[in-house]
Write a protein that binds this ligand. Sequence first.
Ligand SMILES: Cc1cc2nc3c(=O)[nH]c(=O)nc-3n(C[C@H](O)[C@H](O)[C@H](O)COP(=O)(O)OP(=O)(O)OC[C@H]3O[C@@H](n4cnc5c(N)ncnc54)[C@H](O)[C@@H]3O)c2cc1C
Length: 203
Amino acid sequence: MELPEDMPSDTSRVWFILEETPYLYWLIPHSPTHGVLGLIGTEEEKTRKALGRLLEKKNMEPIEFQYAHIPLYAQWIPIHKKVGDSHICLVGNAAGHVKVTTVGGLFTGFRGARGVVEAILNGGSSREFSALRRELNLHHLLRRMLNRFTQHEYVRLLDLLNPSAQKTLGQFTRDETPKLICHLFRKQPRLLLFGLKSLLSVK
Ligand SMILES: Cc1cc2nc3c(=O)[nH]c(=O)nc-3n(C[C@H](O)[C@H](O)[C@H](O)COP(=O)(O)OP(=O)(O)OC[C@H]3O[C@@H](n4cnc5c(N)ncnc54)[C@H](O)[C@@H]3O)c2cc1C
């Protein structure tokens, strides 16, 4: 879609509208004039309608639509199977290698592929798989926390992002979550307290 007039092309926007989705909406520029508006949802029809409502509310005109189903990582699954004489290894979406916080699976999918390479070269063992599994489990835990968030808690979370925490968000990508979280806790210790409280509410 065309970027709204008040939107600079070096800035992304994110909306958390919990009555529409437990995930997020985003608007990310990909040129000085155009960008991609996105929404992650759990039910196809409801998500389609929610996207339509946002487009209407913000007076935005889409040029083209894309959508797809993405698997949600719930737990690590065995990725290797023998079919006849062939070894089959699943990576990427097929193995659920998707971070359930942002529902991003590109980077984690490639890490899965690197894990398979390591396992082939090392007779079955792969450090990449252990690291990927830890990371996916971390995102799973964060998602369970986020799913319990109220609008008020999202506001509180954003309010806690002081300037140095915001700077940290600019230093690490969303694919470096463990490092990012450690740095955020150092820059804004109240985030750690907030995180611990949220963790205790996870069933
Ligand atoms: C709109 C949208 C935005 C996204 N944005 C991001 C993002 O910003 N960052 C991010 O990290 N992730 C993002 N994702 C998720 C990411 O795209 C996927 O996790 C990633 O593409 C998974 O890669 P994959 O190769 O495992 O699977 P896929 O990309 O689904 O590739 C599987 C391929 O196999 C083909 N195929 C299926 N069945 C057969 C068959 N029987 N025979 C032959 N071929 C077959 C399919 O046609 C497809 O080309 C987004 C997804 C969507 C839908």
